[in-house]
Design a protein around this ligand. Structure first.
Ligand code: F7E
Length: 346
């Protein structure tokens, strides 16, 4: 007889981290369930390769339609799957947009999460069901606290997004202490990769640069290039989300590379890979600037390194190279070397 597979339920499975986490958990032989919000426009391109698996008999991958603001849909999926591990990655994750849409940001990032906590609290009382829960907190919670930031650094958020994540971070702690629930907060610093959403600065830069090479555009319009971020790799970071839930006791962990770079350095490095000077192609517009900017992030992840054995696998330059080569392949069907050659001759 084979052992029953461990079941995980991922809210936010169609996002960058959700899709990478699903791939990782499947590679560990988990039964993976994900919740997707119904949309008339396709929003599942990152898990398309898994959706086709779902149709095969005996597949370990399952999708349910639901919405974290619809308590009943959440309740149903949790009671149907009864997973051992639940990952809450759903978010309105764009900091800039959170200034324009603060209410829905708090709804998805905080109230949706509170729905999950209440459902599990209730099931714990009635059915003695105690899954392990992971909450995707964020370095944006540190706001104006100067770097380096770790788990003890004061949290002074400067955006509605940061406030929404801090509220949920604190709810995790309240439910952990008050109701003895196993909940971990992962305080992840910025992380990108080929599946990064198009309106985050890293992906915008590499995708637009690939479009410049292919002749689809001639410039990139950006906002503030002076802010500093600690940028890691999403596929690398999802592994540590899982690791947190394998501990005996729940805790909170900063996950970061420890390096910080201005956005300008990211732009310069991407263009430099193709032998170009970014200043010839980048225009600055107020449109992409925020009402208040978080100035600098640099994470001190020594706690996660010590307790979880965390060690970032990719450097800042590795992340840029991987993103640019994926975008060049998708947009221009070229390698970095071919693109460099083409731009040299123009
Ligand atoms: O901006 C500047 C912008 O939107 C990075 C999310 O994953 O990490 C991310 O939040 C910086 C900011 O990421 C443009 O002003 C310049 O200083 O890529 P971003 P973020 O705001 O750091 C945290 C940890 C999260 O949790 C979030 O979910 O780049 N910037 N020009 C620009 N930013 C954007 N988006 N677009 C521009 O054109």
């Amino acid at each position: 007889m084979t052992d029953k597979l461990k079941r995980a339920l991922i809210f936010g499975i169609s996002g960058q981290d959700g899709s990478n986490l699903a791939d990782y958990l499947l590679s560990l032989d988990y039964e993976v369930h994900g919740v997707v919000r119904r949309s008339s426009y396709p929003n599942t391109y990152r898990i398309e390769h898994l959706m086709s698996l779902e149709e095969q008999e005996g597949s370990n991958f399952n999708i349910s339609y639901g919405d974290v603001l619809d308590f009943s849909s959440m309740n149903k999926v949790i009671q149907k799957v009864m997973p051992e591990e639940i990952y809450y990655l759903t978010a309105q994750s764009h900091v800039g947009i959170s200034f324009d849409n603060p209410i829905s940001t708090l709804q998805y990032n905080t109230l949706g999460y509170l729905n999950l906590l209440e459902i599990v609290r209730d099931l714990k009382n009635k059915e003695k069901y105690s899954p392990k829960i992971y909450f995707a907190a964020s370095s944006e919670m540190f706001g104006t606290s100067p770097p380096p930031q770790n788990e003890d650094t004061p949290m002074l958020p400067v955006s509605p997004y940061g406030v929404s994540k801090l509220a949920s971070f604190n709810l995790s702690r309240v439910y952990r202490r008050s109701y003895d629930m196993f909940i971990c907060n992962g305080i992840l610093f910025n992380h990108s990769g080929p599946r990064r959403g198009l309106n985050f600065v890293t992906k915008k830069i590499t995708r637009c640069l690939a479009e410049i090479v292919s002749g689809k555009r001639d410039k990139i319009v950006l906002g503030n290039l002076g802010s500093k971020r600690d940028e890691g790799d999403s596929a690398d970071y999802v592994k540590v989300m899982h690791k947190m839930l394998q501990q005996d006791n729940p805790d909170d962990f900063v996950i970061s590379t420890g390096e910080t770079h201005a956005i300008e350095e990211f732009v310069a490095e991407a263009f430099n890979l193709l032998g170009l000077n970014w200043k010839d192609y980048v225009e600055i517009s107020e449109r992409y600037k925020r009402p208040f900017e978080l100035p600098a992030l640099q994470g001190d992840s020594s706690k996660a390194r010590r307790i979880l054995g965390f060690k970032p696998e990719k450097t800042f330059k590795d992340v840029i190279k991987e993103m640019l080569s994926t975008d060049l392949e998708e947009v221009a069907d070229m390698t970095i070397e071919q693109a460099k050659e083409k731009m040299k001759n123009e």
